[in-house]
Design a protein around this ligand. Structure first.
Ligand code: KG4
Ligand code: ZN
Length: 338
């Protein structure tokens, strides 16, 4: 069964055709980064307007690239939550119109469930249950994936998401938005022991994250150095920062795996593209004989293939939306798991 997946929750208008939740027939992503980077972050109204302009073209191209027409599509999957409300509404309204006109089932997909599903594309042998670390621009979660459509959130960020922290540290070091990939590149040339940065401390749940203190520490060290007329070597700070984030993410994930009895771990979301995070998780999992799954780089960031893939599993589980489907800005995975 071919599913058309539509994603517009942030600043990528994306559409893809995926067969049986695993074979990607097309994957079209129209990024708006060049415009948002002028403002140092995503401007929600601009994002909505660009989605409205691009979504028909992106969908047509996804169908063309897959060598099919709407007639060949079994169902239409769309991200309806969580994300920027105006941006989500464009995708949801477009998908509803398309589904109604073509007489196809409409499947509402949770964005984080989509990120998790990216691993089913890259690793068709991966099957629940397993533990998934989801780290993106808007989310940092440790999740028990109990089944393809059943989740339990074990840990979450108390403040900034991991990607947000990468982007803010990057801005302080003079890199353009979104700076995660520039930190990654710079870190390869720097000394990770050059600067001491705090490991975020959390009271209460030991599986929760807090990244705002780390972000502030980078800002303070850079500003204090500037006041003393000293310079911070960006590559060294990038390497020290990335190591701190990677260590924290890996330590909490391994602790959760031990506590909840998982030996299969996956990572997903934009920050799962980070080479330091990938390396540290690989190292820690290998030490303990845990199996680790990482998405191919092209499926780490927002894309339509992950939505079509999760849409397939949601379809099999009987999830459907009617013409009253609405977008939801904030919605926990716990709230969509029975
Ligand atoms: O999953 P995603 O595309 O969007 C959200 O759902 O938020 O994630 C975007 C985030 C941005 O913060 C971006 O800087 C970060 O992922 N990112 C990276 C890397 N590539 C993307 N962070 C660190 N290292 C990277 N290589
Ligand atoms: Zn995302």
């Amino acid at each position: 069964m071919k599913i058309l997946g539509i994603e517009s929750s942030c600043d990528e208008t994306a559409c893809s055709v995926v067969e049986d939740g695993k074979t990607v027939l097309s994957n079209v992503v129209a990024s708006q980064i060049d415009e948002h980077k002028l403002y140092g972050g995503v401007v929600p109204e601009i994002a909505s307007r660009r989605h409205a302009e691009n979504i028909s073209r992106v969908t047509k191209k996804a169908l063309e690239d897959a060598g099919c027409t709407l007639d060949d599509i079994g169902a239409i999957a769309v991200t309806y939550a969580p994300g920027l409300i105006g941006a989500l509404l464009v995708g949801v309204s477009f998908a509803k119109g398309l589904a109604m006109t073509a007489g196809k089932p409409l499947i509402p997909v949770h964005h984080i469930a989509g990120h998790i599903a990216a691993n089913y594309i890259s690793h068709p042998e991966l099957r629940p249950p397993y533990l998934c670390l989801v780290v993106s621009g808007g989310h940092s979660h440790i999740i028990e994936v109990r089944d393809y459509t059943k989740y339990h959130v074990i840990g979450r960020t108390r403040d900034d998401a991991a990607g947000e922290c990468f982007d803010k540290a990057a801005r302080t070091l003079g890199y353009e938005y979104p700076g995660g990939k520039y930190i990654d590149a710079a870190a390869k040339l720097g000394d990770p022991e050059a600067y001491k940065l705090p490991h975020p401390k959390i009271t209460g749940s030991e599986f929760d994250f807090s990244f705002s203190g780390l972000k502030t520490a980078v800002i303070n060290q850079v500003h204090n150095a500037a006041q003393k007329g000293e310079t911070i070597k960006p590559e060294d700070m990038a390497a020290s920062f990335q190591k701190t984030v990677a260590d924290t993410l890996a330590q909490k994930t391994i602790l959760a795996a031990k506590t909840f009895g998982y030996k299969t771990i996956a990572c997903a979301g934009g920050v799962s593209a980070n080479s330091g995070v990938r390396e540290k998780l690989s190292e820690e999992c290998e030490k303990r004989g845990y199996k680790l799954y990482l998405p191919e780089l092209k499926y780490c960031g927002d894309n339509g293939a992950m939505i079509a893939c999760q849409g397939y599993y949601d379809f099999l589980a009987g999830k459907r939306a009617d013409e009253s489907l609405n977008a939801i800005a904030t919605l926990s995975l716990d709230d969509i798991s029975e």
